[in-house]
Design a protein around this ligand. Structure first.
Ligand code: AMP
Length: 629
């Protein structure tokens, strides 16, 4: 079978195709109908089937590999290194589930997980999956304000957190941010379960905070059976940034997600039971959900949960782990490779990485020099993947489990089975030709594993994703792309105001709202600017209520620092703009729309393009002056 006919079959006979893939997981009760698409664009998969993600990730493997490694924990921050077998993971997850049940958490209740990369974070996710609770993991790098808005949207009964994380040898305390977030949020969780790593002091809130270690002791022998869930019940929500200030809760089902991940492990990642998978991402992102926790475990693989950077204790750490644990499949981000590129290339060959079948890179564009550098240096195949939080698994890549299609530099590959990908003209909605730029769109129904809807807001799901191409009900990825004559796709950047910093998606509007909350700021614009290391960084242009505050250099620097601190405190350091420039007006159209693309072009020393709609040319001059162009 070649990829093209596999793909064609998945589109022409969706039901037959996915019914076959569904055999990869265990069903407690078989499904009656493969797909219900009676209410476009909402797709429901495997109707009436009963399954459970935790059962498929753990229990299913107990008969054949109970004593084989399931979770390998490595922290180069604290020096911890532990291996949990499938049996041990099963026990830990049941203990965590018992703690949750005792706190009144049951099917459909939300549990928010705000954790560093520790095994307990994975136990919490799997425990939720086991009892049918809905987890919502919030990246540990987000600060109080971001966390509070997610608490209010998810309204969790329980929050699982820890005293602190650690990054590059520096302790990053979490508890005070969590307390502040709960203070800010309208919704108050009834219980907060704290894992005490003894990294940072914590103040305990009586009647609300529980200590994980002592709770675990109480439930050492817990036996918690799985709760079978109908395929379309909700497994989790995961927040992602868009063009508005309010993040969207991407909502996923149970059965479709399990099938999609199991299929991707077989056809795309080619990982086998008993082998080790290593993804250097974080559980706060979709890669962490799909390819640290669920995907590898569904395939019966051991998964490495890593707390640390790619360069500590030295730039060989990732490859040392590959050698030590005989990793066969590895997943990372282009940013991590660009960080390594600044180090001695000898690290790439200092360890035996021959166990690696491939290194998958995703989350942001993989530039050609970086791809070439790592492929030559490591001597292992490099495979780019293009996908989104919304889709949960790759849209474009190559599927070496189906056919050994060669990869092409700069291209993530071709449409994966299940995705009817089109490149459409932004205005007419017509398909563009070979080598012509269009919006990367997917004809619905979206395949299994993709988001079901926006949590609590079906209308926003349709309005956001299915309404941008005039007259057509198609899913927009909000990315530009082109396809070459051989069918390889190339991604050319976002069509909206979303930026990608070190593989993390950030909404410029969120950052603008944060900056505008500073009492001196009247209004501002934030754009993403190309950066050699991080792909993009945020850059801000602010108009002040009283410009005399920055009459002196020290006044200006102090205010810039203050504004950066506001963003740090509200959203987290990842959202901090690299610079805050002060101007007295922003380039806007006559209808008042900020011309972000023109600002971005100037920041990247490009031609700002067509400016016939600009209200006042002087605003652009100010941007030029601020950038010293
Ligand atoms: P996120 O949902 O945060 O993973 O971000 C998804 C977005 O990241 C996509 O819409 C693209 O803009 C970008 N992206 C992800 N993977 C790739 C890739 N392999 N090549 C180019 N852009 C990518």
């Amino acid at each position: 079978m070649n990829l093209e006919s596999f793909h064609r079959q998945s589109i022409e006979d969706r039901e037959g195709f996915w019914a076959k893939q569904a055999e990869l997981i265990h069903w407690n009760k078989p499904f009656g109908q493969v797909l219900d698409y009676s209410k476009p664009p909402f797709a429901r998969w495997f109707l009436g089937g009963e399954t459970n993600l935790c059962f498929n990730a753990i229990d299913r493997h107990l008969a054949s590999q109970a004593d084989k490694p399931a979770l390998i924990y490595v922290s180069t921050e604290t020096g911890e290194e532990d291996t949990y077998s499938f049996r041990q993971l099963h026990e830990e997850v049941m203990r965590m589930a018992a703690i949750m049940i005792e706190q009144g958490v049951g099917k459909g209740d939300r549990v928010l997980v705000y954790m560093p990369m520790v095994p307990q974070a994975v136990f919490a996710m799997l425990a939720c999956a086991r009892i049918g609770a809905i987890h919502s993991v919030v990246f540990g790098g987000f600060a109080a304000h971001s966390l509070a808005s997610r608490i209010d949207d998810a309204t969790p009964k329980l929050i699982v957190s820890a005293d602190a994380g650690s990054r590059a040898g520096k302790v990053v305390p979490y508890k005070h941010l969590l307390d502040e977030a709960i203070e800010l949020s309208a919704h108050k969780p009834s219980c907060v379960l704290m894992v005490d790593r003894k990294l940072a002091p914590m103040t305990r809130i009586e009647g609300r905070d529980l200590d994980y270690a002592s709770q675990r002791e109480k439930h050492l022998d817990a036996q918690v059976p799985v709760t079978w869930l109908e395929s379309n019940e909700i497994s989790y929500t995961l927040y992602t940034s868009g063009t508005t200030g309010k993040p969207k809760g991407v909502q996923r089902d149970v059965g479709g997600y399990a099938v999609a991940l199991a299929a991707s492990m077989k056809h795309i990642y080619c990982g086998n039971a008993g082998e080790t998978y290593f993804s250097s991402s974080d559980i706060g992102w979709v890669v962490g959900h799909s390819y640290i926790v669920y995907g590898p475990l569904l395939a019966g693989m051991a998964t490495i949960v890593y707390e640390g950077t790619p360069v500590r204790p030295d730039a060989g750490i990732l490859w040392r782990l590959v050698e030590k644990y005989q990793v066969t499949v590895m997943f990372s981000a282009p940013t991590a490779i660009r960080v390594l590129k600044k180090q001695d290339p000898a690290y790439l060959t200092a360890h035996d990485t021959s166990s690696l079948r491939a290194l998958f890179l995703a989350g942001e564009p993989l530039d050609e020099p970086t791809a070439q550098w790592i492929e030559e240096g490591l001597g292992r195949p490099i495979i780019d993947n293009y996908w989104q939080t919304e889709t949960g698994w790759p849209i474009l890549t190559v599927a070496h489990g189906i056919e050994k299609t060669p990869t092409r530099l700069g291209s993530p590959g071709m449409p994966m089975y299940g995705y009817d990908v089109r490149l459409l003209h932004e205005q007419t909605g017509e398909q563009v030709g070979v080598n012509e730029k269009g919006v990367v769109a997917i004809m619905p129904p979206l395949p299994p594993g993709c988001m079901q809807t926006v949590w609590g807001d079906d209308e926003r799901f349709v309005d956001t994703y299915f309404s941008s191409i005039p007259g057509k009900l198609v899913y927009s990825t909000f990315d530009w792309g082109v396809r070459d004559a051989d069918g390889y796709y190339f991604i050319l950047g976002r069509t909206d105001d979303v930026i990608n910093v070190a593989g993390h998606r950030l909404g410029t509007r969120e950052i603008e709202e944060s900056i505008s909350s500073h009492s001196s700021v009247a209004e501002c614009a934030v754009v993403g600017v190309a950066d050699q290391l991080k792909g993009q960084v945020a850059m801000a242009f602010a108009v002040l209520k009283d410009p005399t505050v920055i009459a002196t250099t020290s006044g200006r620097l102090a205010l810039e620092g203050e504004i950066m601190k506001v963003v740090d405190n509200q959203l987290g350091a990842i959202a901090r703009p690299s610079r805050v420039h002060f101007v007295t007006l922003l380039p806007k159209t006559r209808s008042g729309k900020v011309l972000r693309r023109a600002i971005q072009a100037l920041c990247e020393r490009r031609d700002p393009g067509d400016l016939t709609t600009i209200e006042d040319q002087a605003a652009l001059e100010q941007v030029r002056e601020a950038l010293a162009i």
